[in-house]
Design a protein around this ligand. Structure first.
Ligand code: ADP
Ligand code: ZN
Length: 528
């Protein structure tokens, strides 16, 4: 953008350069900084890594008085304050970890006008004593970080955030800026209502992370695939590998270490010391790979994470976006890589079925899982899918930086193969799992096939034109699209859904993506 000519603009840019050491603003930052510095309220929606902190830190320096920042995570507050102190900004925290003397000292400095920024825990701020103290101080602005925590419908509701409506009531003349990285329409409205921002402008940034390349591959041998991915694409880079269970975290970290990759585990089952050491090494050393459960990452601001891998399917598109979003906060090329297979869908479905949630909750969860599965199965641009999921309009053309755009998957007409597979499940009584069905289709005379007399069925060996790997892919895609489901109460026996009739009658044409990174040959479904 052209250099500013007005006093505020010149001042803002100078502080950006000298205090933060940054050459220029990004995206909406400049507009937001101007608006808040001018005394306006606003709601900021910006993806993780977009640069939200600057939107309140800079106005706090430019305005008279101290900026009060409400943040839900003690660790995050500590990191931010440490970073600010290094830049020479007078910052402090006020939370339950301080002793009485320390807290007193912070309050004294605030009242004396010696602080630029003060991070306060929400439960602390709403305390009547604290509010009375703040009323005696000169306050530049209130920033409410992670504002979605105020929403009872959101995934991260924090009851102590509800009390924050008091800010608008007690300090009507101090600008308020609420910030979040995740908010659907409903949550946005709730934030605006509760924080008195219904008339305030909203600054909405695109959720696109253009430097992240999205890749989703067919899971064949996850550990081996992961090692190949790291060794060929990101050797000696820092990265995060997400697994669902603690045991798998341990196994994966061990396997990577054996393969000569510097990998450390992180999960809630480790003692606090080990967790802290591993996290510190990940942040401070170069090229450490952390293998973790999803608990890892909240509030970790490491700008040069070059890749995020998923060995298990996350719960939803939101979760996938948030976790992959930890890659490439510095804007440099990074990769989000996921290996996924039939078992993943089955496993996530079972977790939902077995959860103690209400029927409504389960329905919503299944819907969210389905959306993620269709992102994994899509033959179109993955970025486009992601952004449309978050309500952004896209041009619908190729992004040039996801696996599907870089090398468009070949598709083949799998209608006949699908009919064969569905018939096979049906004729064998809908009592068998994936492995047995593949044996029957390919025509393998296993003990189980003989025992049940399945070699006498018309479906025996009708599928010899495809390999086992290809049949598994067909099966996965049929489950993903809801024509087949694995019955968790019956050893994951594959059963037909109502919708499968349309396929069997030939009313539905199915185009499948050809699996890459494996056999490679386009399967040809011969017509009967
Ligand atoms: P968020 O809170 O939105 O997740 P942060 O405020 O932590 O994002 O910023 C993420 C990263 O981007 C940080 O490393 C920060 O230094 C960097 N950053 C922010 N604004 C800019 C900018 N204008 N130019 C370059 N880097 C920036
Ligand atoms: Zn794309």
């Amino acid at each position: 953008s052209p250099p500013p000519t007005d006093a505020l603009g010149i001042d803002a840019l100078a502080r950006l350069n000298t205090v933060f050491g940054l050459p220029g603003f990004r995206g909406e930052q400049e507009k937001i900084v101007r608006h808040v510095t001018d005394g306006g309220n606003c709601l900021v929606l910006m993806p993780t890594g977009g640069g939200k902190s600057l939107c309140y830190q800079l106005p706090s320096l430019l305005r008279q008085g101290c900026g009060i920042v409400v943040s839900p995570l003690i660790a995050l507050m500590r990191d931010q304050v440490a970073g600010l102190l290094e830049l020479g900004v007078n910052a402090a925290v006020l939370n339950s970890t301080l002793s009485w003397e320390e807290a007193n000292d912070v309050e004294r400095r605030l009242l004396a006008g010696d602080l630029d920024l003060l991070y306060v825990a929400p439960e602390r701020l709403v305390n009547p004593r604290c509010l009375a103290m703040l009323e005696r101080a000169e306050i530049a602005l209130f920033a409410i970080d992670e504002a979605h925590c105020v929403s009872q419908w959101g995934h991260d509701f924090r009851p102590e955030y509800i009390g924050l409506s008091v800010i608008a009531e007690r300090f009507p003349d101090v600008p308020r800026i609420a910030l979040t990285a995740t908010a659907d329409d409903l949550t946005r409205e709730e934030i605006a209502q509760r924080l008195g921002l219904t008339d305030a402008p909203r600054f909405v940034s695109s959720f696109d992370r253009p430097n992240i390349k999205y890749e989703i591959v067919d899971k064949t041998g996850a550990q081996k695939q992961l090692q190949t991915f790291i060794n060929t694409r990101h050797p000696n880079d820092a990265g995060v590998v997400y697994c669902l269970s603690r045991a798998k975290v341990e196994d994966t970290a061990t396997a990577l270490t054996k393969a000569g990759i510097l990998a450390l585990p992180y999960h809630a089952g480790l003692d606090a010391r080990t967790r802290e050491t591993n996290q510190d090494r990940f942040i401070n050393e170069d090229g450490v790979v952390i293998v973790a459960t999803v608990a890892f990452g909240m509030g970790i601001d490491k700008p040069d994470v070059r890749f995020v891998c998923h060995l298990d399917l996350p719960k939803s598109v939101e979760a996938y976006y948030q976790e992959t979003g930890r890659a490439g906060r510095d804007g440099k090329p990074s990769t989000a890589w996921m290996a996924y297979g039939l078992q993943d869908i089955v496993q996530q479905r079972r977790m939902i079925d077995e959860s103690t949630g209400s029927e409504a909750f389960k329905r919503v969860s299944i819907g969210k899982l389905d959306a993620l599965v269709s992102l994994a199965e899509t033959i179109d641009c993955r970025r486009g899918r992601l952004l449309r999921y978050f309500g952004e309009e896209t041009t619908g053309t190729s992004c040039g930086n996801c696996d599907n755009c870089v090398s468009p998957p070949k598709v083949w007409n799998g209608s006949v193969a699908a009919q064969k597979l569905l018939s096979c499940a049906y004729r064998t009584g809908q009592r068998f799992g994936a492995m047995h069905l593949v044996d029957v289709l390919i025509g393998r005379l296993t003990d189980k096939v003989k025992q049940f007399g399945h070699d006498k069925l018309s479906v025996f060996a009708i599928g010899s034109e495809l390999t086992e790997k290809q049949w598994r892919a067909v099966m996965r895609q049929l489950v993903a699209r809801g024509f087949l489901y694995a019955d968790a109460d019956n050893f994951n026996a594959l059963k037909l859904t109502e919708e499968a009739r349309g396929v069997l009658r030939g009313e539905i044409e199915l185009m499948f993506r050809e699996e890459t990174g494996g056999a490679g040959r386009a399967p040809r479904a011969k017509s009967r």
